[in-house]
Design a protein around this ligand. Structure first.
Ligand code: SAH
Length: 389
């Protein structure tokens, strides 16, 4: 096999058999073309993999015996394995999923009255080190492959079968808001998006598939060239001085450049779609009315094209931040509403199982030594007396 698309998506070790879960329709068609098979084999196999959840080629009874045997030799069907499942009192589910190399990631399902949102991870850990995020504090290990990203959705839908019987509440929305910065794993994330949107894959609407980024400006511009899924920006501060501290990538791509990239992306979304601005509220850090006013001024020209999503800070051990009082959160929201911004308060879900935003830590080996420093800091603060994290 010679195609780059097939081999680069095969996994960390490209010498291994290709995992067909990670091939978008075009790559799968090419895969079959190289086997001398007709393109509609891709249609058949995608239905088996993503709709019927087949785990082996033997069960794909509309393929010839010969083809099934060939696939058995050169390809695999594999997905992350569920290690533990936690169910919150509010119905939120969190799975710890294990990968081939022993790394662990977390995936969260949030049921609501009229929809079900799956929050998936794009990397093992995260390199961006945002000061208020549990994942960031623990360091970075590696990028996920396309198959591992899609595999989270496939595994979650399987786990929800029989649990969520109401079709309306199964997975209707997917957010790339779990562990990792999706735009720093662009080449694996993009084909995953393709499969999630494809009717032969998971048939998620582009308005219900949201990529959230801390602001990797060149990658936002690149994204605008190739897709128009929903975009969320983790802003968290109305000025560069504060944002430099909270979201260190701001030192490289400051707010003005970030908002320019957002304007470019909006240009691709058409006139009536908007971008989500995420703002995690931390007590005494970024939650004053002056800061609400500064945020409104900063976003003035985007008022009709943005929705502000306020997320009260979710605590984790040794974070050093606190959640503001409800009154303060409401006052911040009210100020933005009065300035004419569609402003939602994101209710915290799954807090009792550490499934809320910024609490996903998985359990992985860090390659940045950040985890070591984090643990040392917890000990300094007396949060832990022996190694429990
Ligand atoms: N790296 C991407 C996606 C993952 S984070 C990004 O930065 O957008 C998903 C959202 O949760 C982000 O808006 C992030 O800033 C927010 N978040 C992180 N830690 C949090 C915490 N402790 N409490 C509340 N929100 C948090």
């Amino acid at each position: 096999m010679t195609t780059a698309a097939v081999t680069t998506n095969a996994g960390p070790d490209a010498a291994r058999p290709v995992n067909l879960i990670g091939l978008p329709r075009a790559a799968l068609e090419q895969f079959f073309a190289e086997l001398g098979e007709r393109p509609f084999r891709a249609v058949q196999v995608m239905k088996w993999l993503h709709h019927r959840g087949a785990d082996d080629f033997a069960s794909m009874t509309d393929l010839s015996r010969v083809l099934r045997a060939r696939l058995e030799e050169m390809a695999v069907v594999a997905m992350p394995e569920v290690m533990t499942e936690n169910v919150s009192t509010d119905g939120t589910r969190k799975w710890l999923m294990g990968l081939d190399d022993g790394q662990r990631i977390e995936v969260v399902f949030i049921p609501e009255k009229d929809r079900g949102t799956l929050c998936i991870s794009s990397q093992v850990g995260c390199a961006l080190d945002c000061s208020f995020c549990a994942t960031g504090k623990q360091g970075f290990n590696r990028n996920l492959t396309t198959a591992e990203i899609v595999g989270q959705v496939r595994q979650a839908s399987r786990r929800l079968q029989g649990v969520v019987t109401d079709r309306d509440r199964a997975i209707t929305n997917i957010v790339l808001m779990g562990m990792g910065e999706p735009l720093l794993n662009f080449d694996a994330v993009l084909p995953a998006i393709d499969i999630l949107l494809d009717d032969l894959g998971y048939g998620i609407s582009k308005r219900r598939l949201t990529l959230s980024t801390a602001g990797v400006v060149p990658a936002i511009l690149r994204l605008a060239e190739v897709t128009d899924v929903a975009l969320a920006i983790s802003l968290h501060a109305p000025d560069d001085t504060l944002r430099d501290q909270l979201v260190p990538i701001n030192r490289r791509y400051p707010i003005a450049e970030l908002l320019d990239a957002v304007r470019t992306y909006l240009g691709k979304l058409g006139d009536w779609r908007s971008v989500t601005i995420e703002y995690t509220l931390m007590d005494g850090v970024n939650d004053s009315l002056e800061q609400a006013e500064a945020l409104a001024n900063l976003l003035t020209d985007l008022r009709e094209r943005s929705k502000i999503n306020l997320i009260p800070f979710n605590p984790f051990p040794g974070s050093g931040y606190r959640r503001p009082s409800e009154a303060r959160v409401r006052a911040f929201q009210t100020h933005l509403l009065e300035r004419g911004f569609a402003t939602m308060l994101r209710t915290t879900r799954g807090e009792d199982i550490d499934a809320a935003c910024g609490q996903l830590a998985g359990n992985f080996e860090d390659r940045t030594r950040r985890r070591e420093r984090y643990i040392a800091r917890l000990k300094d603060h007396g949060v832990i007396t022996h190694q429990t994290v």
